[in-house]
Design a protein around this ligand. Structure first.
Ligand SMILES: Nc1nc(=O)c2c([nH]1)NC[C@@H]1CN(c3ccc(C(=O)N[C@@H](CCC(=O)O)C(=O)O)cc3)CN21
Ligand SMILES: CC(C)C(=O)C(=O)O
Ligand SMILES: [Mg+2]
Length: 297
């Protein structure tokens, strides 16, 4: 096996924007390039936790890649945060593909995962294979994510056989909100054993990681301990191997409110609102554009 990025001697920790310290072993251009699914499994064995963020366009991809976020998800949450839909159910492959392509183009180091939208994989493994193939060929994604438990294991197995890495998604699966009866914690009581059995089935089918959304922390910790592959929590407590947030939630672009699991690391909505108001005022007053923004003959 050729030398792997995290086999190389620990590099001097390098300061990155947003206070993130690039961890030793994080792949860089010098040590071999892009994050791979094999890194994520090794990081679990080493007890190294990592963060995933969503990205949907050039600057989100560029900034989060530069910050050292190793995995970027082009989520079907684009339905909500890009397209302004009320749920993820209506968003289509044709609406997500260009976003995936933009993120893949602009993230030189991160592993780019494309979320398969509702209706594009659930009917059969063959449907899933056709859709996932489009996300790799046309979207230039490195992996796909799909929602569902043991029922989805044959689909995961087929995709993996075709060379498509798959991230699974259990617990509250937003594409099934109508079947689940709304935004509710999953895996309580009897549901815990089912969740663990689903997670095992997906791991056995070849998934490289599993998102656990809105699951009791104790249950998520039990699943995490039971699996060889990393768990990625969102509303699933601190016992997961990794965490994920929708970037606009993380950065406070949507303002206050939202799910309990969100932590806002910035308040981007306020300065953006102020900048837009200042710009409009200056245009109205005639103070913008100034001479420095103006061309002479
Ligand atoms: N902006 C955004 N952030 C997300 O995390 C997200 C999306 N969009 N879109 C796709 C799914 C939908 N998700 C959601 C959406 C809403 C709740 C929510 O309202 N949760 C409440 C109620 C929980 C309960 O009643 O038990 C909460 O307080 O967490 C949770 C997850 C997670 N995903
Ligand atoms: C919240 C994450 C896990 C997701 O599925 C999405 O952004 O669509
Ligand atoms: Mg999603």
């Amino acid at each position: 096996m050729p030398p792997q990025p995290s086999d190389t001697p620990p590099a001097e920790p390098e300061a990155a924007p947003y206070g993130v310290v690039r961890e030793a072993g994080y792949p860089t251009a010098a040590t071999g390039g892009r994050v791979r699914t094999t890194h994520l499994r090794r990081w679990k064995q080493e007890g190294r936790r990592w963060a995933m963020l969503t990205a949907y366009d050039r600057f989100s991809a560029e900034v989060f890649d530069e910050a050292g976020i190793p995995v970027l998800l082009v989520g079907d949450s684009a339905a909500n945060v890009v397209y302004g839909m009320a749920s993820t159910v209506p968003v289509t492959v044709d609406e997500l593909l260009p976003l995936v392509r933009a993120v893949s183009r602009c993230a030189p180091r991160a592993l780019v995962v494309a979320d398969l939208p509702f209706g594009s994989y659930g009917a059969s493994p063959e449907q899933g294979a056709a859709t996932a193939t489009r996300f790799l060929k046309e979207g230039l994604a490195h992996a796909v994510k799909l929602e569902g438990g043991a029922d989805m294991a044959p689909t995961v197995a087929l995709l993996v056989r075709l060379g498509i890495p798959v991230m699974a998604h259990l617990g509250f699966t937003p594409q099934s909100e109508h079947a689940l009866g709304g935004y509710r914690v999953q895996g309580r009581g009897d549901g815990a054993d089912r969740l663990l059995a689903d997670a095992r089935a997906l791991q056995d089918a070849g998934a490289f990681a599993v998102v656990l959304e809105m699951v009791p922390a104790s249950v998520a910790a039990r699943v995490t301990e039971s699996l060889e592959i990393p768990t990625v929590g969102i509303g699933a407590g601190a016992g997961c191997d990794a965490q994920v947030l929708v970037w606009q939630d993380m950065a406070g672009l949507g303002g206050p409110g939202g799910p309990r699991f969100v932590k806002r690391y910035a308040d981007l909505r306020t300065p953006l609102l102020q900048a837009a108001r200042d710009y409009a005022t200056e245009v109205a007053e005639g103070t913008f554009p100034g001479p420095e923004h103006t061309f002479s003959e």
